[in-house]
Design a binder for this molecule. Structure first.
Ligand code: ARG
Length: 580
């Protein structure tokens, strides 16, 4: 699948394939090891062939290393070493330089076509109307949007879908509550929070007056039947909610190709239920209709309630059918929290039983919770933490830190108040997004301002700051009339310099891995490594001093590092300020 023609190890890859037909899919790993006097650029793990060849990996490694040793010159290798189960490779400098030159204009060039021909339809964000936009939805939005950008950067086509939670019995409750306890002005004052307050109020009152529940059921039936008043209220709730969500999306820089909520699939549901029925999959259970999944080790999937109404799962089945037919995607992806794992396993299984053998093409990209020190950060139970507040606070805190940093700068280099605000905006937002995308997505993450905004930690601000540092280095060089051109390449005389080059060259592979695993954190890790490698280089080597060809090569390397850092952060929707 991966097109390696552009990479410096494609010759090597071909050689290994021809060396032994077992060794078809070659896997490489970065092998940075600065402890070593002469470190290696790549490692080839030999476990991968051990089973088929019925040999211990170390034996394969020895044989491969011996073969490579003989072809060293032809392959552009400087050193080959068999170490346990690995073959370590070091390229000649001219090979690395040539590769850098090939990626000069676009450091991500080697992976640009990796997923050409793929089309993913991706369901992400998908908040529920009339409820605050919660942390789960923030994660879904950030992870989903990153996956979209990553796939696009690899040449895939992407269909972005926001599956708004805009249908279900709760809208009967909401209409009932509105008619009893609300009015138009109240809702307009602060739409989402006040609609949510009505929803909470309904549950309080319903304890005292069970008749409210019957009323709510009636309203939902009316809504399903197209009653005008019910429809009008619902449409209005939907519009004012989305208007509020849109503010968050604009702020995060996220957009969708389709905002088709659950209600959109209402008309399609009967056809899906019929198909399920025609395959003899439907069973009665306490008045409800279900698909029995016991033989797959799952509880039954509820398709229709006793009162005839359909459910979340039914809507998802109809939705999946619609998306498969309409978009003909090579992958249909759902970015939804881990608490819905069972739901998606059930839905995918029912679809399979209906005759869609899609297997790996349906993907539930699940993720863990954001927790505060006190537990889950929830929007349901009243301890609401509003996303907007978090973003605003992140900006304010970033501004404070920037103000403090400014005081250590000479007067003439300080930012104007307007610039400071602008930078704080990028830094605050970048901090929150990076924090979200840093950890492996299935992990729960603990919300802590220190971890989010620390300029020296593994944070968005640290990466933005590194970007700025790279920029000032270039400025300083220009001020000192240092000249360099496209023809100047790093001489790779220092290991730290070589390490940086290696990180640049291996970055596209990380983007591909992130796509394959739907795991943006692979890129976060690589970004931190890249910045770390640069900062080590910066500390160790007086970059602006030395022979002129050496300095020129380094400046060119700095330029390329800066470009890549920006490209990588852009995959997350994080912008870099020029100064901070
Ligand atoms: N609105 C749902 C929730 O907040 C998420 C919907 C995810 N998408 C889907 N096709 N089920 O829990």
């Amino acid at each position: 699948m991966l097109d390696r023609r552009l990479t410096y190890f494609s010759e090597l890859e071909r050689f290994i394939r021809e060396w032994d037909e077992v060794c078809q899919a070659v896997v490489f790993q970065a092998a940075p090891d600065l402890e070593n006097e002469k470190s290696f650029d790549l490692a080839i793990p030999c476990f991968q062939w051990s089973k088929v060849k019925k040999l211990p990996p170390a034996k394969i490694s020895e044989a491969l290393a011996a073969a490579l040793e003989l072809a060293k010159d032809h392959l552009g290798l400087d050193a080959v070493e068999s170490l346990n189960a690995y073959v370590n490779i070091r390229f000649r400098s001219d090979i690395l330089q040539r590769e850098l030159a090939a990626r000069e204009d676009d450091p991500l060039r080697a992976s640009r076509e990796a997923l050409a021909g793929e089309r993913i339809a991706i369901d992400f964000s998908s908040p529920n109307i009339a409820k605050p936009f919660g942390f789960g939805h923030l994660r879904s939005t950030n992870i989903g949007a990153a996956i979209c950008r990553i796939y696009q950067s690899l040449g895939a086509e992407v269909v972005r879908i926001n599956h708004l939670g805009d249908w279900g019995t709760q809208f009967g409750k909401l209409i009932t509550a509105y008619k009893h306890f609300g009015n138009a002005d109240f809702v307009k004052g602060d739409p989402i929070n006040n609609l949510y307050a009505l929803y909470v109020k309904f549950h309080e009152e319903e304890q005292k007056d069970p008749a409210l529940m019957d009323e709510a059921r009636e309203w939902f039936v009316k809504l399903e039947q197209g009653n005008e008043e019910a429809r009008e209220l619902w449409t209005w709730f939907r519009d004012v909610s989305f208007h509020e969500f849109k503010k968050i999306y604009d702020r995060l820089g996220v957009s969708f190709d389709y905002v088709t909520g659950e209600s959109f699939y209402n008309e399609l549901m009967e056809a899906s239920v019929s198909l399920i029925e025609s395959k003899s999959l439907l069973k009665e259970s306490e008045g409800a209709q279900v698909v029995d999944l016991e033989s797959y080790g799952m509880p039954p999937c509820l398709i229709r309630k006793a009162d005839g109404s359909t459910l979340y799962a039914t809507r998802d089945i109809a939705t999946a059918e619609y998306r498969m037919k309409t978009f003909e995607p090579t992958k249909l992806v759902y970015v939804v929290g881990s608490e819905q794992k069972l739901h998606f396993r059930q839905v995918f299984k029912v679809l399979e039983l209906m005759g869609y053998p899609w297997g790996e093409r349906w993907v539930h990209v699940d993720f863990g919770l954001i927790k505060s020190d006190q537990g889950k950060m929830s929007t349901r139970k009243g301890n609401i933490i509003l996303l907007e507040d978090v973003l605003n606070q992140a900006e304010e805190r970033a501004l404070q830190i920037i103000e403090e940093k400014e005081l250590t700068k000479p007067e003439e280099r300080r930012l104007t108040p307007a610039e400071k605000k602008e930078v704080a905006k990028l830094v605050g937002l970048g901090a929150v997004i990076f924090f979200d995308l840093k950890a492996k997505r299935t992990k729960d993450i603990i919300f802590s301002w220190e971890d989010i905004l620390n300029f020296e930690g593994d944070t968005g601000p640290y990466l933005q700051y590194s970007y700025v540092r790279l920029g000032s280095l270039l400025e300083r060089a220009k001020a000192e009339s240092i000249k360099w051109s496209k023809a100047d390449w790093p001489l790779l005389a220092v290991e730290e310099e070589r390490d940086l080059v290696r990180h640049i060259l291996n970055f596209p592979a990380a983007v591909e891995a992130a796509a394959k695993e739907f795991e943006p954190s692979v890129i976060s890790h690589e970004l931190l490594e890249l910045a770390g490698s640069f900062n080590r280089f910066y500390m160790k080597v007086p970059i602006l001093k030395g022979e002129s060809d050496q300095v020129a090569g380094r400046m060119h390397l700095i330029e390329m590092t800066r470009k890549l850092l920006r490209q990588g952060l852009e995959l997350f929707g994080i912008q870099c300020p020029d100064r901070m």
